[in-house]
Design a protein around this ligand. Sequence first.
Ligand SMILES: NCc1[nH]cc(CCC(=O)O)c1CC(=O)O
Length: 334
Amino acid sequence: MRDLTGSRADTEELLSTVRIGTRASTLALTQTGMVADALALAGDLRTELVRITTEGDRLTGSLVALGGTGVFVTALREALLDGRCDVAVHSLKDLPSAPAEGLVIGAVPEREDPRDALCARDGLTLATLPAGSRVGTGSPRRAAQLRATRPDLAVVDIRGNVDTRLRRVAPGDLDAVVLARAGLARLGRLDAVTDALAPTTMSPAPGQGALAVEVRADAVTDPGTPLARALAAVDHLPSRLAVTAERALLARLEAGCAAPIGAHGRLDGDLLRLDVVVVRVDGSAQLRRSLSVELPPAADVPGRLAAAARLGVDAAESLLAGGAGDLAELGAAR
Ligand SMILES: NCc1[nH]cc(CCC(=O)O)c1CC(=O)O
């Protein structure tokens, strides 16, 4: 709380400091910095970044791929739980859909554009890439949808951070890569995008483009603390509703983060819409559903969130009834 009668120096001393844990990758630092600034702007608090180095950050290449993103999320969660930091910022799509004991998502800031982006040589688009073009992705979801739309392309499995992937678009190597547009936007690399892929062609990963600001559950029990007020100010309900539906779908399907599942939720007035797809990894079959729900009045936030979660569960059950479990290995390797 600011002491309005105090001098500027006094006021500064009265601000509580919130420690924000982050991985050291460029994307993680950028995302965490954005959230730190937003929290500081919204509340009477100061922020301090705490770098959490994980085993995964020291290893490179295929071992990181094998560990998936789980190792990074786990390290940040441990830092939260043992008090080394008060806030952890994650890419929401990397966060397992199962809730973590003692932790809650304190805020979902306004989501970036959730679409996937083709970054191709010579300004090529998904429609104009010549037959036989080599397109890199490490995601079974992207690979399956690429194969479904353009069975004449060669999908190449790639790993690494955003810059490493972009550099693979080079003579003698790849003609294009597919990346989340949101990551490129945050890194200031939208110049590399030659085709923003429509969700009807390339359904995004559940949660793509959104961030999760995770805190200990006791941080939000008193809504009057500086941190709780800052979180409430940073939270963007339309984004939270969309990702709540998408994550409920994933949880009900008991799907791994590498399963070939796309989901695109969005608020349209009081209607929450959810388009979902499960694709066979070879692209030879897919199952789609489009559902929507009329939300309760805007003042009923818990009611709205419950309706969003129900929508995701309903979509999952409709997919399962249609044979999604046989179509794709939903628990696919992480
Ligand atoms: N799995 C890696 C990852 N996690 C979040 C993003 C991008 C940012 C986002 O989706 O919010 C990326 C890179 C990518 O998929 O291209």
